[in-house]
Design a protein around this ligand. Structure first.
Ligand SMILES: Cc1cc2nc3c(=O)[nH]c(=O)nc-3n(C[C@H](O)[C@H](O)[C@H](O)COP(=O)(O)OP(=O)(O)OC[C@H]3O[C@@H](n4cnc5c(N)ncnc54)[C@H](O)[C@@H]3O)c2cc1C
Length: 381
């Protein structure tokens, strides 16, 4: 983006304009495609349009702040488009970062145009927050390479994705040190999966690995170094989960402003009631605070600052918790209409819950923040 970069407290003019264009695109071009999709299924026409608009490309060429602006602006107008875009990034960033030339050439052009669907498969039934405890076994195959045996669970885009970034235990060391990352095409023999029905309207499922053959050419990076690949990916995406939440909070806030200013009751409008107006003021203040914290964390990432883990965790924590509060308050101030199937707030109420759990639950973010704070105290002694 040209000129006028973001200062500590405000976006530049070009950035504001870009966000405005993205909000308009998401409402006019992406929302109609999202509405034609089936809840819980991958929406390929929507992905193709994200590719056509050049937005998937931006996921791989943008810095963290631009990624946040992209996710926030899309979320404002169309959460399905936002999520489809973010999942391409999450599933394919490990290929960009650690893949071989051949893997990149084969998959990334198709990911960028929305013709190949990517997924990031880390979590398992018995290893969620404690991801280093993952148990999917990469057993040495006497014929060469490994055989993957086990399960993954709650994998976005599964089982419909075209390839999976899979984290499995090759056993070079205990815990995180014995994990390798593999790129597994969906048509590899022995790989199966089931869709899962979740509260959020997002495609998600489980994967079953029944002796899936993988070789050195399928590794993403070195054997035994896969956990680093997973953590680097999550570190980049963490502030942008906060941006997704801010986009939802801003949509809920704007809907509430319009509704309370127009809804008549007790001889005036709802906004004439001080209890209502003060609640809207509180929603706006908390949303603004979350937005600034997200931008600050993303800016720190782009500068390569040393305190990124703390800032990213704070941003994800505050933004996702704030969005939950704001959407809930928005439902309250709309009354019954917000709970009607198909209403924006009914949709946001379902969307807003999961980000407090995935990519590190709120409690895990607090643990990271506290560890960083006490670590810095120790280093200063
Ligand atoms: C909509 C959705 C999409 C997802 N997509 C993906 C995906 O694409 N790929 C993927 O690999 N995974 C994905 N996940 C899984 C997600 O990463 C896990 O749900 C998450 O890591 C938490 O793991 P868990 O659900 O097993 O909860 P657990 O680890 O069992 O934790 C349960 C709860 O215990 C508490 N807790 C956990 N750890 C701590 C701690 N250290 N301190 C204090 N309290 C704690 C928290 O309240 C937490 O919510 C997705 C999940 C959802 C809901």
């Amino acid at each position: 983006m040209r000129g006028c970069p973001m200062t500590g407290f405000a976006l530049g003019v070009d950035q504001e304009e870009w966000c405005g264009r993205l909000r308009a695109l998401s409402a006019q071009r992406l929302r109609p495609l999202a509405e034609k999709g089936e809840p819980g299924r991958v929406n390929r026409p929507l992905l193709a349009e994200l590719g056509e608009l050049g937005l998937l490309e931006r996921v791989f060429t943008s810095g963290a702040l631009e990624l946040c602006l992209l996710r926030e602006s899309l979320a404002y107008g169309c959460t399905e488009a936002e999520t489809a875009l973010a999942l391409q990034g999450l599933g394919a960033y490990p290929v960009l970062r650690a893949g071989s030339e051949e893997q990149r050439e084969r998959w990334l052009p198709r990911v960028r145009t929305g013709r190949a669907v990517a997924a990031f498969a880390l979590s398992e039934p018995a290893a969620g927050s404690d991801a280093a405890a993952l148990a999917l076994a990469a057993e040495p195959d006497p014929a060469g390479g490994w055989r993957l045996v086990g399960e993954k669970c709650w994998i976005s885009n599964a089982p419909e994705a075209d390839f999976y970034t899979v984290f499995a235990r090759t056993g070079e060391g205990p815990g995180a040190r014995g994990v390798s990352a593999f790129l597994v095409p969906a048509d590899r023999e022995g790989l199966g999966g089931q869709p899962l029905e979740m509260l959020s309207p997002h495609p998600i499922g489980s994967l079953r690995f029944d002796g899936v053959p993988v070789g050195p050419q399928d590794l993403l990076g070195e054997a035994g170094r896969g956990f680093r690949v997973a953590m680097d990916t999550l570190n980049l995406f963490r502030p942008s989960v906060g941006a997704f939440a801010v986009g939802m909070a801003r949509a809920a806030l704007d809907a509430t402003l319009a509704h309370t200013a127009g809804r008549t009751a007790f001889g005036g409008t709802l906004s004439d009631l001080q209890a209502v107006a003060h609640r809207v003021a509180e929603m706006a203040t908390r949303t603004e605070a979350a937005r600034l914290l997200v931008y600050a964390a993303a800016g720190a990432y782009d500068r390569g600052a040393a305190d990124v883990p703390r800032r990213a965790a704070m941003a994800k924590l505050l933004a996702t918790e704030t969005a939950q509060y704001v959407v809930d308050q928005a439902v309250q101030l709309h009354g019954a209409v917000a709970l009607q199937r198909g209403h924006l707030l009914e949709h946001l109420y379902r969307e807003v819950r999961a980000p407090r759990i995935y990519e590190g639950a709120s409690e895990v973010q607090r643990t990271i923040i506290a560890k960083e704070l006490y670590g810095a105290l120790g280093a200063g002694r």
